[in-house]
Write a protein that binds this ligand. Structure first.
Ligand code: ATP
Ligand code: MG
Length: 444
């Protein structure tokens, strides 16, 4: 993409309404524009990141055998009457009346809708287990929308719903989700710690939230340092191996890790003092096994092997896709701007032309651009007639991992410079045939 043909509305001034760094950087780098409190338009750069996160989330769900669907944003209130949540949900629910006077709502979550789909089409244990998920906009009329996309009113969420014939199988679905989430966050280059969460009136041990440590997080968290050393890495997961999946989950959930909501000072104090840590965290996901809460009230029964009818066992599992964009920036920035991890960066590399108007430099840049696109890279080419300082500042701000710097002096000697945004280190690279040295460096 040639920058002069793109739409990258960079703000020169720091927006005064933004209290935290990720919000500030998203506005400054032209990723989003607020349309009303907690509601945003996603501009090209922001949309690219959002879509990359979505793609990783989808891939990891599919790897575990979970099935994508797409449910609507607007839901009929009748289903929520059945579950009993129409009144319970309170003011966070945005209610609207259609032209026939029928009460509708903008979905804050989808348990009712998916349970209705299930009961319409599935009635036997033979069709189980099934996990249906979608990634769709949600609306919650938060009292205090703030921090940009981190606590929006409209936000993009992956929510998956598991249906199983018994508790044992439902716990396996819970465990599968735990691992898919850990893997998703790892692929995003984020450390997200699973923490025991409140299960409310349902009780039991089966809810975990995933928290990214960051000073601007809204939750206070307490954890055993050993939990931060765990990772899945490249380990192959056989999601059908119930025991193996349970063992992995056990490893990740054994060390003490809780938010202020479930914190237990006595248990915490049993951890050796040098491993006892407390910090702020951002909730980027939650998984929850709740049994028959919705299937019971909504009559989603299945026929069991012995012929009895029983409410299906369910769980729901969410990832805050749009919140993750903010969380990623909180975890990856410096005083100059964003530093995107390779897995979600909006472009792989940017070409910075140091002397726009110089025929030779322009020709070299266009050639590089063609070569890199042909090699499969997504490239932004800063072809603006701007001062070099402005170009560098813009590219440091938007945080593309590699900057390919092309100027007349290096070019005369057959070289260009390659800068890595994360550490600022520059290397001289020979131009070579078909930009082969550069391609190799970018692939390394
Ligand atoms: P919170 O405690 O932060 O209000 P929640 O526990 O109510 O979130 P869930 O119902 O667990 O949220 O939703 C799943 C995920 O969706 C959360 O883990 C979070 O990442 C994301 N999320 C929830 N509310 C918002 C919001 N207002 N803006 C952006 N993302 C959100
Ligand atoms: Mg939650």
């Amino acid at each position: 993409m040639y920058l002069t043909k793109y739409f990258l509305p960079i703000l020169k001034e720091n927006p005064s309404e933004a209290q935290i760094i990720s919000h500030r950087l998203m506005l400054r780098s032209g990723m989003i524009k607020q349309s009303s409190a907690g509601i945003y338009s996603w501009l090209p750069l922001g949309l690219k990141v959002l879509k990359k996160i979505e793609q990783i989330v989808v891939e990891e769900q599919i790897a575990a055998g979970h099935i994508p669907i797409l449910m609507p944003t607007i839901q009929p209130s009748e289903l929520w009457k059945e579950s009993g949540r129409l009144d319970d949900y309170g003011k966070e629910m945005l209610r609207v009346e259609d032209r026939h006077g029928r009460l509708m709502l903008y979905g804050p979550t989808n348990e009712e809708l998916v349970t209705d789909i299930f009961r319409t089409h599935i009635s036997s244990y033979k069709d189980l287990p099934k996990t249906l998920f979608h990634i769709q906009w949600k609306f919650r009329d938060e009292v205090r929308p703030r921090f940009g996309v981190m606590r929006g009113r409209e936000f993009f969420m992956k929510d998956g719903y598991s249906f199983d014939m018994d508790k044992d199988s439902a716990i396996h679905a819970y465990n599968r989700h735990m691992i898919t989430y850990l893997r998703t966050y790892e692929r995003l280059g984020l450390k997200a710690l699973p923490m025991k969460a409140d299960t409310g009136p349902i009780g039991g041990d089966y809810s975990h939230e995933f928290l990214v440590l960051a000073e601007t997080g809204e939750s206070q968290v307490f954890y055993d340092k050993s939990v931060t050393d765990l990772s899945l890495g490249n380990r192959h997961i056989d999601y059908s191996d119930q025991q193996d999946v349970a063992d992995i989950v056990k490893k990740f959930t054994q060390p003490y890790a809780r938010t202020d909501e479930t914190h237990d000072e006595n248990l915490f104090n049993k951890i050796p003092i040098e491993r006892r840590l407390s910090a702020r965290g951002i909730e980027v996901g939650q998984i929850f096994y709740f049994g028959t809460k919705y299937s019971n009230s909504m009559g989603a029964d299945i026929v069991m092997p012995n012929g009895d009818r029983t409410p299906v066992e369910m769980g729901s599992h969410g990832i805050g896709v749009s919140r993750l964009v903010g969380a990623l920036i909180e975890a990856n920035h410096d005083e100059l701007g964003i530093i995107w991890p390779a897995s979600v960066t909006p472009f792989d590399a940017v070409i910075i032309n140091l002397k726009q108007g110089d025929e030779q430099v322009e020709r070299a840049c266009s050639q590089l651009y063609e070569d890199l696109i042909l090699s499969g890279f997504d490239i932004l080419y800063d072809d603006r007639h701007e001062r070099v300082g402005v170009k560098f500042a813009t590219m440091d701000l938007i945080g593309i991992p590699w900057q390919i710097i092309v100027g007349p002096r290096d070019l005369a000697e057959g070289f260009l410079e390659l800068k890595f945004r994360a550490d600022g280190i520059r290397r001289r690279i020979p131009l070579g045939e078909g930009s082969d040295h550069l391609v190799k460096a970018l692939r390394a």
